[in-house]
Design a protein around this ligand. Structure first.
Ligand code: ATP
Length: 286
């Protein structure tokens, strides 16, 4: 069995709505997921001892059962009904706890890699069934590209690629608790819901302005209230000529869309040399 190297891509949300709360505390969502060209690298190598040995370039990340990569590997072997040993090197580049599904995409890549390594031939649906037990974003991460995600995030409808543009990603150096954001979310008649259906139409018609005008995240105001730096990043992006910007997931990452590559490069340089946080200039991956 050979060593397997994989890329695990990050996502952003072009739209994110929360439509209800379930008795078990989960939320019903309606989100447009989009893969971007920012990725972690995973290297999987079979080892003789029946253990999952995870290592990472980030010393603060857990390498045991608290890491989604470890849990994905354990869930995969359980599904196989066989014990195996694997060493997994995780090279993180996606900002952690950022709203970019970093852990979920690593878990998805782990499932794909082990499926290849052991020649198990599990279908995408089967891998999604294994993944959803570990996290609602994992089924999407297994398929990637552009998709509508409903239910708790696991009901997926593929969409065509949105019109291409430059994507500036800025992750401020604060940590946001997803739970705290959802706890502060009040859904009532005053809630401003993003136009997710309009976003789907704009994507289908390759209408760039339509996409920009419909960027919306029902969690943005909540996280902004807790962390005003998100507003500051959005204001700075506006000054620098962004076409539209939005917080991804429950934050705190903010992304900005640019149709003009020159403006995008200048904005990237401004943020990179400023002190707003980790900064990347990337594109959609479809
Ligand atoms: P989402 O967008 O799905 O909410 P996120 O980008 O906000 O995800 P992650 O980067 O997945 O959040 O990290 C959330 C927490 O999960 C971290 O604090 C970290 O300790 C833990 N974690 C477990 N496995 C991983 C992993 N492989 N990569 C990053 N964080 C991980």
């Amino acid at each position: 069995m050979d060593t397997i190297e994989l890329r695990a891509y990050a996502k952003i949300n072009l739209a994110l709505d929360v439509t209800g709360t379930r008795p078990n505390g989960y939320h019903d969502v309606k989100m447009i997921m989009q893969t971007v060209g920012l990725f972690d690298r995973l290297t999987l190598r079979p080892i003789a001892k029946n253990e999952i040995v995870l290592s990472s370039n980030l010393s603060f990340l857990p390498t045991g059962k608290d890491n989604l990569v470890y849990r994905a590997a354990a869930a995969f072997f359980e599904e196989m009904g066989e014990e195996h040993g694997v060493a997994i090197e995780l090279e993180k580049h996606i900002p952690v706890a950022a709203g970019m599904a970093g852990g979920s995409t690593d878990a998805a890549a782990t499932l794909i890699g082990l499926n290849e390594m052991y020649g198990t031939g599990y279908s995408l649906e089967k891998l999604q069934q294994i993944g959803v037990k570990l996290g609602a974003d994992i089924p999407y991460c297994l398929m990637g590209k552009t998709a509508l995600a409903e239910g708790i995030g696991e009901i997926l409808t593929p969409l065509p690629a949105p019109p291409a543009c430059q994507v500036l990603v800025v992750k401020p150096g604060i940590s946001v608790s997803t739970k705290a954001v959802y706890d502060h979310l009040v859904l009532d008649e005053n809630t401003v819901h993003p136009d997710v259906d309009g976003m789907i139409e704009a994507i289908k018609f390759k209408d760039y302005k339509g996409v920009v005008n419909r960027l919306g995240n029902v969690l943005e105001d909540v996280t902004c209230e807790l962390h005003p730096i998100i507003k500051d990043i959005k204001s700075k992006m506006l000054e620098l000529g962004v076409d539209g910007s939005l917080m991804s997931g429950s934050g705190p990452t903010v992304f900005g869309l640019f149709s003009d590559p020159e403006k995008a490069r200048k904005a990237y340089y401004e943020f990179k040399t400023g002190d707003f946080g980790q900064t990347f200039l990337t594109e959609y991956v479809n």
